[in-house]
Ligand binder design. Structure first.
Ligand code: MG
Length: 158
């Protein structure tokens, strides 16, 4: 069996007057994330992990932030596209593990809904998706509540 691991990292700063979307879930918060699309930092990290594992160009390449088509785009829909590209190469997604670094808001209450969205977009069981959240104990940009960082790892097999 051929297996490949992929890693994805993304960072978005907070911005007032925007919705906060993580894993396709709109989370009530007084600030959202800045970005060309819906700025779903979690889904972006997952897409880059998948693309990296499959040896495909990254999301900046596939969905450029200079392209009006992707302005305000729902990232979870873009993940469906990435999933199709990866599967077209014969890969099956074994699992996906995600770590969100955020001082706020509380992520835990939304994890089940995020898993549901990601599971539908990647066509894998929710049990094959791990989502963990941690603060940075007030250290650094995340600790100063300037934005959110996400790390994702995926395993592909064929
Ligand atoms: Mg991004």
């Amino acid at each position: 069996m051929d297996i490949r691991v992929g890693q994805g990292i993304d960072v978005h700063p907070f911005q007032e007057g925007r919705d906060l979307v993580l894993g396709g879930v709109s989370i009530p918060c007084h600030v959202g994330l800045e970005g060309h699309s819906d700025a779903d930092v979690l889904t972006h990290a997952v897409m880059d992990a998948l693309l990296g594992a499959a040896g495909l160009p990254d999301i900046g390449h596939l969905f450029p932030n200079t392209d009006e088509r992707f302005k305000g785009a729902r990232s979870i829909t873009l993940l469906e596209e990435v999933n199709l590209k990866v599967r077209a190469r014969g890969w099956k997604i074994s699992n996906c593990d995600i770590t969100v670094l955020a001082e706020m808001p509380k992520i835990a209450p939304h994890i089940a809904s995020m898993k549901q969205n990601l599971s539908a977009a990647m066509a894998i069981d929710a049990e094959s998706i791990g989502i963990k959240a941690t603060t940075t104990e007030k250290l650094g940009a995340v600790g100063r509540k300037e934005g959110i960082v996400t790390f994702a790892v995926v395993l592909l097999s064929r």
